[in-house]
Ligand binder design. Structure first.
Ligand code: 5RP
Length: 265
């Protein structure tokens, strides 16, 4: 692998081979998402526990201090909205010059396998990889399902993850699935991180799926709403960090969560 790509990946993926990415890019198609109305405020108490943050250039420029000590994963696909006709109708929204200007450590782009705009999003993705390879920038594929969350089966996710890697992704973000998640990992030759999806009912559920995903070979998470939409976001991110970087099991993560929540850790 090219030295520059490897160097940037090393900023994102820690020495233990694991990673905790904190995405706050949701506004690019959802607008002022709950608890992300002021993204700069949302991340202030969380940033120290994340290995990288994922966001668009607009939020980066307007809401984040350039002295931020964490690497940036720049979301560079968009052009759609929750009220538009089809969420899969995305294009590249940020040029390679802008990616370099903003000193991104990586970029991310969604692909919509099986959707109306599958072909367009896959070609966009391949083109982005070509542009980024010229400058040593890693590309993370976001395997998006649009509104159809029920698509998240191992068979479908394995298909998306493998296609993303075949097109040149250095990291793949996919969803977790309870059954046969190892099939997704085994068929994907590059590191996989798990997204959280819409907020689930309990903190323990999050620790359980992160833990299981890691046992089955994911290197970590790119997890947003289940952290910053939670009533205790710092306790959430610290417990998730414990699962990822300190090998806590879900019960131990829950204990850490309770301690942080009570101000005892
Ligand atoms: C949305 C994204 C998010 O970065 C990704 O889905 C992870 O966030 P969450 O854990 O909230 O699902 O690509 O645009």
């Amino acid at each position: 692998m090219d030295w520059g790509i490897q160097n940037r990946l090393n900023r994102l993926i820690q020495k233990d081979g694991r990673a905790l990415f904190l995405p706050i890019d949701h506004g690019y198609f959802q607008g002022p998402t709950r608890k992300l109305e002021k993204p700069g405020e949302t991340i202030k108490p969380l940033i120290q526990y994340a290995d990288a943050i994922m966001l668009t250039r607009g939020v980066l420029r307007n809401c984040v201090d350039p002295a931020i000590p964490k690497p940036i994963i720049l979301r560079v696909s968009g052009g759609n909205s929750v009220v538009g006709e089809d969420l899969s109708n995305e294009g590249q929204i940020t040029s390679i010059n802008e990616i370099l200007r903003l000193n991104a450590s990586a970029v991310s782009m969604s692909i919509y396998v099986g959707s109306k705009h599958e072909h367009q999003t896959l070609l966009n993705f391949a083109s982005l990889v070509d542009q980024c390879e010229d400058y040593g920038i890693p590309v993370m594929a976001v395997t998006a399902v649009g509104r159809e969350l029920e698509k998240r089966t191992a068979r479908y996710l394995a298909l998306c993850a493998r296609i993303a890697a075949e097109l040149g992704a250095q990291v793949v973000k996919t969803y977790y699935c309870e059954e046969n998640f190892e099939k997704v990992i085994n068929g994907c030759p590059v590191p996989v991180v798990i997204a959280g999806g819409p907020k689930v009912d309990t903190a323990l559920e999050v620790f359980e799926f992160v833990y299981d995903g890691i046992q089955k070979g994911a290197i970590g998470v790119n997890l947003g709403r289940n952290v910053w939409q939670h009533q205790y976001p710092v306790a959430m991110i610290r417990a998730i960090r414990g699962v990822i970087h300190e090998n806590l099991n879900p019960k131990e993560a829950q204990q850490l969560f309770e301690q942080v929540k009570a101000g005892k850790a």
